[in-house]
Design a protein around this ligand. Structure first.
Ligand code: PMP
Length: 386
């Protein structure tokens, strides 16, 4: 029974299925964790230095609620150069405490009680939580292996009701590693226009793509005015602990987000903002190096899974592979629990990520090549035994 003082906003949100495995794993020795979704790389040196320099220069104060202007300008130029989508740094960008804050700001600023948000799943566990804790209704739409876990526009069409307000999509995807094709995103754009919906597009893994050109949703015709781009520095620049991200969108919507942000956090961490500025200005070679290394590991893991009898589609983005474990006769929860207990390899059951995740497990390859080789050996031994 939850404590009676707690609000329904909180008790309606179920605990994250990722944490549970993480907590068990942390009590064991010799565990190889493919469970947690964060880069194993330390933040690249010049970015670290920029943070240290900012402190030495006395940058220890609040910034503007929106974030420092040089960072907003650099982000605007970055998005324009990469995707041809332009945001006014003065009014259309807010720097947040990670992509997580951007997501929650969006939910709080946009949803009235009962407003429905369509979410293709499996998806990042915070999507449903953000919508529900803001009073909205998270409507899960399953993506499927047959379709490489791309968006299924038909599922969206079927799910629309008079209460539908927005769609929340996240590609490259956590947990599947799927990317969304331009064709499916154009369909989403069409649906958004037909039904006057807003699209929240979480593109935090935008730079982590392998042989695929990322499509930035707001860059599609007519979409800049009806979408909110959510992003951050955690994944692309290995900066999870700095807690720095952003939301970009039409000025009136960003003003709405600011209405929550200014009272909740005032501004993102000042030192992190300076580090993020450096990341945008000089981080590119490091992004390229990390992507090349992730790609090497991705191939090892995906080929390895397929060879040992766990069918795995080729993920073209993020740093996750999503093997189908139901073929072993175990459901994803049992598979993950036993694999952890018997072989000390931590993965996350696919059901933690919503409809469509059952029967799969999320494995993160943001860990060293050697560890991945070792994990594959252990998983093979486990499968042979069961
Ligand atoms: N979106 C997705 C899809 C994620 O996987 C994560 C982190 N796991 C986030 C947003 C939030 O990241 P952060 O708050 O570190 O920017």
């Amino acid at each position: 029974m939850p404590n009676h003082y707690l609000s329904r906003r909180v008790t309606n949100v179920k605990p994250s299925g990722i944490r549970k495995f993480f907590d068990i794993a942390s009590t064991m020795k010799d565990v190889i964790s493919l469970g947690i979704g964060e880069p194993d790389f330390t933040t690249p040196e010049p970015i670290l230095r920029a943070g240290i320099r900012a402190l030495e220069n006395g940058e220890t104060h609040y910034t503007s609620n929106l974030g420092i202007l040089p960072l907003r300008k650099a982000l605007s130029a970055h998005l324009e150069a990469l995707y041809g989508v332009s945001y006014d740094p003065e009014t259309e960008i807010v720097i947040t405490v990670g992509g997580s804050e951007a997501l929650n700001l969006a939910a709080l600023a946009l949803l009235d009680p009962g407003d429905e948000v369509l979410i293709p799943t499996p998806c990042f566990v915070s999507y449903q939580a953000a919508v529900i804790s803001a009073g909205g209704v998270a409507v899960e739409l399953p993506s499927r292996l047959e379709n490489n876990f791309d968006i299924d526009p038909e599922e969206f069409r079927k799910a629309i009701t008079p209460r539908t307000k927005a769609m929340l999509i996240g590609f490259p995807n956590n947990p599947t590693g799927a990317v969304a094709t331009r064709e499916s995103l154009l369909e989403i754009a069409k649906i958004a226009e037909e039904h006057d919906l807003l699209v929240l597009s979480d593109e935090i893994y935008d730079r982590l793509v392998y042989g695929f050109q990322h499509v930035c949703f707001p860059s599609l015709p007519g979409m800049r005015q009806r979408s909110l781009l959510l992003g951050g520095f955690s994944k692309d620049y290995a900066m999870t602990g700095w807690r720095i991200g952003y939301a970009c969108g039409p000025a009136e919507i960003i003003k709405g987000l600011l209405g929550v942000h200014q009272y909740m956090v005032m501004c993102a961490s000042t030192v992190s903002q300076y580090a993020a500025l450096e990341a945008l200005q000089h981080g590119e070679p490091f992004v390229q190096q990390m992507v090349a290394e992730y790609d090497r590991r991705r191939k090892l893991l995906v080929n390895g899974f397929n060879q040992i009898g766990l069918p795995t589609f080729e993920p073209k983005g993020a740093f996750y592979a999503f093997p189908h474990v139901a073929v072993t006769g175990l459901d994803d929860e049992t598979f993950s629990t036993r694999l952890l207990e018997e072989e000390h390899v931590a993965v996350v059951p696919g059901n933690a990520f919503g409809l469509g995740g059952e029967g799969f497990v999320r494995t993160c390859y943001a860990t060293s090549y050697d560890q991945l080789e070792d994990a594959l050996e252990r998983i093979e031994r486990f499968i042979n035994r069961i």
